[in-house]
Design a protein. Structure first.
Length: 416
């Protein structure tokens, strides 16, 4: 049995997205697939590593016995003005035990390819073929080039024996906007540099300025281990001076950040931009007016009206003002409570909304779900009159809600 996503619709979405002209790679928001490249020196050659990451929800699964199986063929060509200089492919598969996992947009299939070339710059052309389909989908080309220093967005992770203690975040080298901590590994291909100064700013504000000492001389590389991509000690590659920048990601807002790296002698080693990307941003936040109106479920109407007036009748500013007052970690940029509320709203609209409607079509079950989250227990009873009764039970707070569908067609009303 195929997963209930029509492959043609998904493929059309993918090909339409990647056929549009786009401004380089610094664009925020969720994507159907993430591709990034890193280069390291390898004797007289340049070694290219190209990685991908795709959510389970964008794969096409089929059910085989008690498993759901999917995968992806990832093909890469490196080209210069002289034509194709390298061509590689990989076929990665994934198996899950239940249908719900096939819809999970927070779990990913990842893969990696590598190849060596003499050129210092190449255009990377890649395409994918989703398992259980036959159509090839070309992805947006991008240029990868050698640099003396390349910031790599990582997370501390020591679960792979051959790693240097970090796994690749693998969201096109962007920093996810969430409540986790991320680091930048800064490999400098100059063993004589022992100290650097790293600074990050955003919207004119200084986020961090740190003097960093070299932690090791390591021939750095990348490899897949335990279904993730890790930074490894690769003896075939040239040795780099490794620096790590930490304790900064929680202070970054969604958007573009600027990074500068100087040597201890104040010479500029690197200057560039980093995207802080809300990868799993709730869809219900895409429209400020709709997002603000959803607050009726948890706040008094008079209070919301007052905030809206103070914001100069600007919904986005009113939204920011409201959640500023309800931020469990005000020292960080990411508001976990806000994210949870609108993630619930997304699920409520998708699962409990009236067909063909969004906010105006939220049912009683949808409203309760947004306010209280997933019930600890759901009991369902059927009557001889085709009535269906659902009882949602919550442990904390100790409360339950009774919904009745008198028609048997899914039109549940809160009765108690």
């Amino acid at each position: 049995m195929k997963k209930y996503i029509y492959p043609f619709v998904l493929l059309l979405f993918l090909s339409t997205l990647y056929s549009q002209p786009r401004k380089e790679h610094l664009q925020s928001g969720p994507k159907p697939i993430y591709v990034e490249a890193h280069t390291v020196l390898n004797d007289s050659l340049i070694r290219y590593y190209v990685t991908y990451k795709v959510p389970y929800s964008n794969l096409v699964f089929i059910k085989v016995d008690n498993e759901f199986i999917s995968g992806i063929i990832f093909r890469v060509e490196a080209t210069t003005q002289k034509g194709v200089i390298a061509r590689e492919s990989t076929h990665d598969k994934v198996r899950v035990n239940n249908y719900e996992e096939t819809l999970n947009h927070n779990r990913f299939l990842e893969g990696i390819l590598s190849f060596d070339i003499k050129n210092t710059q190449a255009t990377i052309n890649s395409l994918i073929v989703l398992d259980n389909t036959s159509r090839q989908i070309p992805l947006r080309p991008f240029v990868a080039e050698k640099s003396k220093i390349q910031p790599i967005v990582v997370q501390k992770n020591s679960s792979c024996n051959n790693s240097i203690g970090y796994s690749l975040v693998n969201f096109e080298n962007s920093i996810p906007f969430d409540d986790r901590k991320y680091q930048l590994v800064l490999p400098v291909f100059n063993k004589e540099i022992d100290e650097i100064i790293a600074s990050i700013s955003q919207n004119g504000d200084n986020i961090t300025l740190k003097n960093l000492s070299k932690i090791s001389n390591t021939p750095i590389g990348f490899d897949k281990c335990e279904d993730e991509i890790f930074l490894i000690n690769e003896s075939l590659n040239s040795t780099a001076s490794i620096f790590v920048l930490d304790e900064f990601s929680s202070m970054l807002n969604e958007g573009i950040a600027e990074i500068k790296i100087h040597s201890s002698k104040d010479s500029l080693l690197y200057e560039g931009e980093l995207l802080v990307n809300w990868v799993n941003k709730p869809q219900s936040l895409s429209n400020a007016k709709t997002a603000y109106q959803l607050l009726d479920l948890i706040a008094e109407e008079d209070n919301l009206d007052e905030i809206y007036k103070k914001a100069g009748n600007d919904y986005q500013q009113a939204l920011d003002m409201f959640w500023y007052e309800y931020d469990p970690e005000p020292r960080t940029a990411f508001n976990q409570l806000k994210h949870e509320f609108y993630s619930r709203a997304d699920k409520a609209i998708r699962k409990y909304g009236a067909k063909g409607k969004k906010l105006s079509g939220l049912t009683d079950r949808g409203k309760i779900y947004i306010k209280y989250g997933e019930p600890a227990e759901v009991d369902r009873y059927y009557s001889e009159k085709n009535e269906i009764t659902e009882i949602w039970k919550y442990i904390s707070p100790g409360i339950q809600f009774v919904f009745v569908d008198v028609s048997g067609l899914g039109n549940y009303k809160l009765v108690k």
